[in-house]
Design a protein around this ligand. Sequence first.
Ligand SMILES: C[S@@+](CC[C@H](N)C(=O)[O-])C[C@H]1O[C@@H](n2cnc3c(N)ncnc32)[C@H](O)[C@@H]1O
Ligand SMILES: *[C@@H]1O[C@H](CO)[C@@H](O)[C@H](O)[C@H]1NC(C)=O
Length: 255
Amino acid sequence: MPIFNISKEAAIGTAALGVTFAAGLLIGRRYHPALPFGTPKRKKDPLQQYVQDYSLREHPALKKLRLLTSDHPLRIMMVCIEQAQLMANLARLLEAKKVLEIGVFTGYNTLNMALILPVDGKVVACDINEDFINIGRPVWREAGVEHKIDLRIKPAIQTLDELLANGEAGTFDFAFIDADKESYNDYYERCLRLVRKGGIIALDNVLWHGRVLKPQKDDLETQHLHQLNEKILHDTRVNISMLAMGDGVTLAFKL
Ligand SMILES: C[S@@+](CC[C@H](N)C(=O)[O-])C[C@H]1O[C@@H](n2cnc3c(N)ncnc32)[C@H](O)[C@@H]1O
Ligand SMILES: *[C@@H]1O[C@H](CO)[C@@H](O)[C@H](O)[C@H]1NC(C)=O
């Protein structure tokens, strides 16, 4: 989601006060009381709108899933659409066959990737919440790509360890890390082993709504993200680009 828009947590609070706490626990995000609560949804920045108007070529199935997701109280978790398009373009450039999605939600980016993969391509999709996925699954099916999606409903770390134990190190072309923030370093380290040389690891929310500028002592998610940004800056295993797109995305190109 765009950096300068309303924060995920505030929007969640506005939309669904009732489910915020439970869902926050479930998805590994905590509600931040310091954030403006009940902030009305701000109008989109005009330049942001221009970028979308003049660059998006959204597949009808993706549009359908986006509209379905827009009714969900936690819709703010959905990936930024122009970022999804960039990731699909990168995956195509890599001629990707195997990709990893860590954090599926309703499956927008999972579908996005499945649509560009060859018939024998595969998205290993990791999430702990099947209710979210049940929203997107009919659209995956309708788009004729469900067979390319290998869904693993369990903590993502477990799935990544299983893939490694199964001898799949160095076989993935692209990985998107977008689940619970405090596990990002664990996901990153495992992805570095699972992704092949020349492959890409994309990490979402690396700017965390600007909070990385001044991580607060009690804010472990922000601290974790900031420390990981610092680590990746000096990581000689990858070349990197950090983009101020959506909520910030780092692209790590495995050397
Ligand atoms: C920001 S959303 C993912 C958005 C998604 N990439 C998209 O395309 O819209 C984060 C997701 O991570 C999932 N999640 C949270 N903790 C997890 C864990 N330990 N293992 C796997 N998934 C987890 C949540 O259930 C949620 O669906
Ligand atoms: C990584 O970046 C360095 C320069 O910073 C460059 O020489 C090298 O070719 C890059 N590697 C790849 C695989 O792009």
